[in-house]
Design a binder for this molecule. Structure first.
Ligand code: SF4
Length: 269
């Protein structure tokens, strides 16, 4: 038991242990995802929602729910768009082979109430940071696993997504293409720069560092939040010099992942 006022000597082993377990968990998750869905590949993802057909938005982290939904909607004329932390799904070879996995809708979790307002499509909520649904779209919210909201239809462990599919067909989608953007006006984002992709270019990166083409690496790490001060992520990345590489993790990336930062020797900054 650790209490307030403990010394560094007491706390440090615990902190290191937490870090060790964290790394183990990340490795297990990586193994589970890559053995099931393949090695993520760098991928451009459009933010445009196509006209003329029903669609479903899937928000959250659960790739298996997305896989099952893709399988159950295949050949039914329904497109699927990711939202929030489901964005990396586009990089996995097994998932990107579904041609009706079209793009990413909207930005990070804290904008859900604004972005889901009057959406002509259902939204499937898997585990994620979530905002309580507003009445304007509460009738199109579906939940699964440990997510639930009062009044929302819950998809149980049998994973029969028929109610979501029927709602998509009923709502019908948009009549015109919706050219949506990230928070800085960009119309596409990228994903899939996992450790395998990075290591496969290690030689190029090392040469660029030796030649001076790359002088700095910045890791902009953190979750996103609703407070206005969070835009420091955007301001920071905009000011990074052209001889630097920006690495991201977690939802903070939605503050700048639609910025066009250019390339260094063929490597996207
Ligand atoms: S990365 Fe952070 S902000 Fe994003 S869904 Fe996960 S916990 Fe929430």
């Amino acid at each position: 038991m650790i209490g307030y006022g403990e010394s560094v000597e007491t706390l440090l082993p615990t902190v290191l242990k937490v870090g060790e377990i964290n790394l183990k968990c990340m490795a297990l998750l990586d193994k589970a995802n890559t053995e099931t869905y393949g090695i993520p590949e760098p991928t451009d993802v459009t933010l445009t929602i196509e006209k003329g057909g029903p669609f479903i938005v899937v928000t959250g982290h659960d790739l298996r729910d997305l896989q099952l939904l893709l399988e159950q909607t295949e050949g039914k004329g329904i497109n699927i768009y990711t939202h929030g932390e489901m964005l990396p799904a586009h990089a996995y070879p097994f998932l990107k082979k579904f041609s009706h996995l079209k793009g990413n809708f909207g930005t990070a979790w804290q904008n859900q109430q604004k972005e889901f307002d009057h959406l002509p499509a259902p939204i499937l909520y898997t585990t994620n940071c979530l905002m309580p649904p507003k009445s304007s779209y509460a009738d199109r919210v579906f939940t699964t696993e440990m997510v639930a909201f009062p009044g929302a239809v819950h998809i149980d462990e049998k994973k029969d997504f028929t109610p979501v599919i029927e709602k998509a067909l009923e709502l019908g989608g948009y009549k015109e293409d919706q050219i949506l953007t990230g928070i800085n006006g960009g119309t596409k984002v990228t994903t899939g720069f996992g450790h395998a992709a990075i290591l496969s270019h290690a030689g190029t990166v090392v040469e660029a560092v030796k030649s001076g083409a790359i002088r700095h690496f910045f890791l902009v790490a953190g979750c996103d939040g609703a407070k206005p001060g969070r835009n420091y992520y955007t301001e920071f990345v905009k000011q990074t010099p052209s001889d630097s590489i920006v690495l991201t993790l977690a939802c903070g990336k939605f503050r700048f992942n639609d910025l066009e930062l250019g390339e260094i020797g063929g490597l996207p900054r």
